[in-house]
Every structure is written in C-alpha cells, then in structure tokens.
Design a binder for this molecule. Structure first.
Ligand code: PHE
Ligand code: NA
Length: 454
C-alpha cells in the first residue's frame, strides 16, 4: 500500500485522501454541537470574533506545525519528538497529547451516543406534536438515564474501534467524499429554514453583532480552547495523520482547505441554530443540550422534516465517527509504536480504557451528577481540562518546538516537498510560531487563572 522509505507504515493513498481525513477529523461534534453551545454560553458574537482571531493567528500555524512534525518524523505523537529531538524532554508533549485524547474521547463518545439515539428517535417520529418544552424535557430525561445513553455510547466506541482496526485510510476516504458534502447540503437547508422563522433576526444579531463588554476571561479561554478542539490541534492528531502523508502533498494547501471547511461548517451550524433558538424561546446559554433541544423544533416545521431529521442525525454521527477515529488513532499509534503492540491489540486496549472513563462521563449526567469538582460534573470536567488546559498547553509547546527547535531551515525543507511557502509567508509563519502563538496562549491562560489581570 505504501512505497515510503519506512516501508511498513500506512499512508494515505491520494492527495484527496489526506484532506478528506484531516477534514474528517476536524469537522465533527465540535462544529455542530459544541460551537453553538459554548457560543451561546459566552454571549454569541463577541465570542465568535475572538474564536475566529485565534483560528487565524494560532490555529493555522499550529496546524502546519503538527503536519511538519508528523511528516518529517513519520512517527506517532510521542515518537515524533524522540526522532526529531533525541534525548530531550520535548517528547513529553506527546504524552500530554495521548492524555488529552483519552479525556476528549471519553465525553465525545457520550455526545455521539446521544446523536445515535436521536437517529432512533427521528425514525420513530418521536418529536412530532411536541412543544419546545416537551422536546427539552425529552432530552434531559434521555441523558439522565443510566442505561440507554451508555449503550449508544458503547455502540459508537465499538464502531470507532472497528474502523481504526481496519486502518484509517481504508475507512475514511470513501465516506468523507460523499457524506461530508451531504452534511453541508442539509446544513444549507436548515440555515434557510431557520433564518426564515419568525423572530429569527434576534438570533442573527446574537451571533454576529458583538458586544465585547460581555467577554469574560473564561469566555476568552474557551474561545482559545475551542479553536484547538475544533481544528483537532494540540494533542498530536495531526502529527499522527501527518506521519501518514506522502512527501508530494502540499501541506500548506491542506491546512488552508481544512481550516476553511471547519470554520464554514461551524458558522453554518450557528446560523442554523441561533435564529431558531430565539424563534422558539429557547435559552441560548443552556449548555450541552442546545442543538438537541433546538433542531427538532426546526425539523417539525420543515416540509420533509421527518426525512431531514433522520439524515441530519445520521450525518452528525458519521461526522463524529470520522473525528473519533482520529482521536483514537493518537492513542493506538502510540501503543503500537512505543510498546510494540499489534494494531488490533492496541485498539482494543485503548477503546476499553477510554470507554470506562466514558461511561462515568455519561452517568455524570444522571446518577453520578452529585460528584462535582470546581462545580463541574465528570463530563464537563473532562471537556474543560482537555480543551482549555491540555490542548492550549500542547499547542504552545508544539509552536515553540517548530519555531525554536526545528527552525526556519527545516520548516522550509519540509514544506517545500510538494508545496511552497514564499519567503514572506515563511517569515510570518515563523514569527507566529516563535512569538505570537506561545505568548498569546500564555497570556490567555494566566489571565484565566487570575495570575495576570487586565
Ligand atoms: N475537531 C473535532 C471536532 O470538532 C474534535 C477533535 C478534537 C478531534 C481533538 C481530534 C482531536 O469535533
Ligand atoms: Na471541528
């Protein structure tokens, strides 16, 4: 399958495969579930603009950094640093990433499980003839149950493991090619419907008219954390995927395509959700349930809503799957290469361990809800620690590593294989990874922990 120097490693077979896999990783629950929910919590437009600024100034350069590290080392997130910086502590960035993958997939699987449960509900026409309040109640009852969500979560984990065992590149290329465009089409329909609802204007204002006085230190850190989360950065996903990319691939193009696709889809999700939120009198800051209590109301009112709602939750589950496999792959590649385990054994071990933590996340919505830390239940805690702590810290060190350790010459060499980065762009990139990204991340984090006050 591959004709790479290292011989026995997998690789993506086509240029499209690379973009499809990286976009498949990026586009997921982060765009459609998490972005609207946290934008709602942190006040809408002001949050959106800060998030977009972080995508540009930090997300883009860190994504290119990860691909450079991955492709030049041809190793997993931990092994990559051992190859590129032997005998140095840089490798611990990789460990942080493997840890982040654990935490993220534990709660990600829960939400994906809800999405699968909503496919079933849609098939049964379970939302029809229900008021917005009843739909809200339906969601709460569903996630608090100790059995069903756990079963759907485990089904999702088994599906993810199945694809990872077969090998990423065989699994994804085919599916992303057809299903991602379909997801975009459904989103277009949803946007049109949502925007034409009575009272939609308030939702568009909420999403696009910033009131920067609403911004809090928490909101800024969440925007930063989400920039990493949504682009699959900071934990070595794109180091791992980068290691499967062939030398003739244009890394800069890949980065731009993936970032644009991810951002557009998040914006579309916002346009589909917020007008409806306001039209139906739903609370925008209600949290993780936002899309699940909003969208069924929209489907209700659409001609063909029955079919749309089934399709939407199927595609959402698939989008979640192409992301979850990229998270799982970080852990699997690490077990495989660092402990000399087989692909199958590594996948099973990783899936079992993550699922145990995942079940606790699911139960923390119901029976385990009394157990909290800093006011967060287990689910929110895993989300908060991974997105707002592990990913930004990981991203900061990845930027520093490429900026200061690898350096301009090595970056230029790696990027020049299959692409170009003109002198000026290269200088901008180096400036961003050496200074802007690390300093901005440090300031946002220190500010959030009250160690630095503005
Ligand atoms: N980017 C994915 C999403 O938006 C989630 C993800 C995070 C995937 C971290 C890989 C690594 O849903
Ligand atoms: Na995303």
């Amino acid at each position: 399958m591959s004709n790479l120097p290292s011989g026995n490693r997998d690789s993506f077979s086509s240029k499209f495969g690379v973009i499809a896999a990286a976009a498949g990783s990026a586009v997921g629950l982060g765009n459609i579930w998490k972005f609207p929910y946290i934008a709602g919590v942190y006040g809408g437009a002001a949050f959106l603009f800060v998030y977009l600024a972080f995508i540009l100034a930090i997300g883009l350069p860190v994504m290119l950094s990860e691909l450079i590290i991955g492709r030049s080392s041809r190793k997993n997130a931990f092994g990559a640093f051992k190859v590129l910086a032997p005998g140095t502590p840089w490798r611990y960035i990789g460990i942080l990433g493997v840890g982040a993958a654990f935490l993220i997939l534990s709660f990600y699987g829960v939400v994906a499980g809800w999405s699968i449960e909503y496919i079933v509900l849609s098939l049964k026409n379970g939302f029809s003839a229900k008021s917005p309040d009843e739909i809200g109640l339906l969601f709460t009852t569903l996630i608090e149950s100790p059995v069903k969500p756990v079963i759907f979560q485990l089904i999702f984990m088994v599906l993810s493991a199945g694809i990872v065992i077969v090998g990423i590149q065989k699994g994804i290329e085919k599916y992303t090619k057809i299903l991602m465009p379909l997801l975009v089409i459904i989103l277009v329909f949803l946007c049109v419907k949502s925007v034409s609802l009575e009272g939609a204007k308030a939702g568009l204002n909420f999403l696009f008219k910033p009131d920067f006085s609403k911004l809090t230190a928490d909101g800024i850190l969440s925007a930063l954390g989400h920039a990493f989360f949504t682009l699959s950065l900071g934990m070595g996903t794109l180091i791992t995927y980068g290691s499967y990319i062939q030398k003739d691939n244009n890394l800069v193009n890949t980065v731009i395509n993936v970032t644009v696709a991810d951002t557009v889809i998040a914006l579309m999700a916002g346009i589909a959700i917020f007008p409806a939120v306001f039209a139906f009198g739903i609370e925008p800051s209600q949290g993780p349930g936002l899309i699940f209590v909003t969208l069924p109301n929209v489907f209700h009112q659409m001609p063909g809503g029955y079919v749309f709602s089934i399709l939407f939750f199927v595609l959402l589950s698939v989008a979640a799957l192409t992301s979850s496999i990229s998270i799982l792959e970080v852990v699997v590649a690490y077990f495989k290469e660092e402990f000399n385990m087989g692909r199958k054994a590594s996948t099973i071990l990783a899936t079992v361990l993550i699922s145990i933590l995942g079940v606790l996340c699911s139960l923390s919505m119901g029976v385990l809800s009394p157990y909290t830390f800093m006011g967060l239940n287990i689910f929110d805690l895993m989300d908060w620690i991974s997105a707002n702590l592990f990913l930004p810290v990981g991203g900061m060190f990845i930027a520093l590593f490429v900026g200061w350790y690898l350096g301009r010459k090595k970056v230029k060499e790696e990027v020049a294989q299959g692409g170009t980065l003109s002198g000026a762009l290269l200088s901008i990139f180096m400036f961003l990874v050496k200074f802007i990204a690390p300093i901005a991340i440090a300031i946002v984090m220190l500010n959030n922990f009250g160690l630095l006050k503005f």
